[in-house]
Design a protein around this ligand. Structure first.
Ligand code: PEP
Length: 249
């Protein structure tokens, strides 16, 4: 049985005091029985947020370097993240792909570094609107899986969480219908079964991301292949974020 994960990506929002307040509010109100919570704060606040949430809520990084260590000004490595107590890292978020030109190859390198540092990668994939209009979304996502994840051994792959995030739904207020999301999640799970095996596919958590709110979460979470959400905008308010989480009960 896959436990649902509700993850909040705070992106480059919030000053330090607001970030700490948000973490405190999530901790105060969150009762973590039937689901897991994770937050991805701005990297510079990770230490302070870890002090607030301790081990109750998982804390992840929004990005990590594809390099191991050395002269890479401005980069934070997976080993540094692990040494700071971070447990997860996003790889392949569409904003990083588009604004920072991260290719499937770069995402693959990041996945490898995240895994070798002992962190859990949250691999983001998803198609643009033109791709969906051309009904090419399955081919697109399959290629992302092939080029960034399917080189992994079964043992490493089993540590990965996948987030399907159609780009047309991110930050737009346009959410994929439960049918659209479920079809893609089922497709991804079938590809995992074909590449690895049925048990691996069955145990892989596949989150949906893209304009998830308290009022659309329940319908998404009731789909058999949707195992939680990666939430952007709505994760910046504790009440809304926890209402989404409660929809996973
Ligand atoms: C995201 O950026 O991962 C995301 C899902 O954003 P939003 O919920 O704001 O669409």
């Amino acid at each position: 049985m896959r436990k649902k994960l509700i993850a909040g990506n705070w992106k480059s929002n919030l000053a330090k005091s607001n970030a700490i307040q948000l973490a405190e509010a999530i901790l105060e109100q969150g009762i973590l029985v039937d689901f897991e919570l994770a937050i991805f704060p701005p990297e510079i606040f990770i230490d302070s947020i870890l002090e607030v949430v301790k081990s109750t809520v998982k804390v992840g990084a929004q990005n990590c370097s594809q390099y191991t260590e050395g002269a890479f000004t401005g980069e934070t490595t997976a080993l540094q993240l692990a040494s700071a107590g971070v447990q997860m890292a996003l790889a392949g978020h569409s904003e990083r792909r588009h604004l920072f030109a991260e290719t499937n190859e770069v995402v693959k390198l990041k996945i490898d570094k995240v895994l070798s540092a002992g962190l859990t990668p949250v691999f983001c994939c998803g198609e643009a609107l033109e791709t969906r209009k051309a009904n090419e979304q399955n081919n697109w996502v399959e290629q992302q899986l092939e080029e960034s994840l399917f080189h992994l051994t079964q043992a490493d792959f089993s540590k990965v969480i996948i987030a399907y995030e159609p780009i047309w739904a991110i930050g737009t207020g346009v959410v994929a219908t439960p049918k659209e999301a479920e079809e893609m999640h089922e497709f991804i799970r079938k590809k995992i079964a074909a590449k690895y095996d049925a048990a691996t596919a069955e145990s892989t958590r596949i989150l949906y991301g893209g304009s998830v709110k308290a009022d659309n979460a329940k319908a998404l979470f009731s789909c058999p292949n949707i195992d939680g959400a990666l939430v952007g905008g709505a994760s910046l308010k504790a009440n809304e974020f926890l209402a989404i989480a409660n929809a996973a009960k």
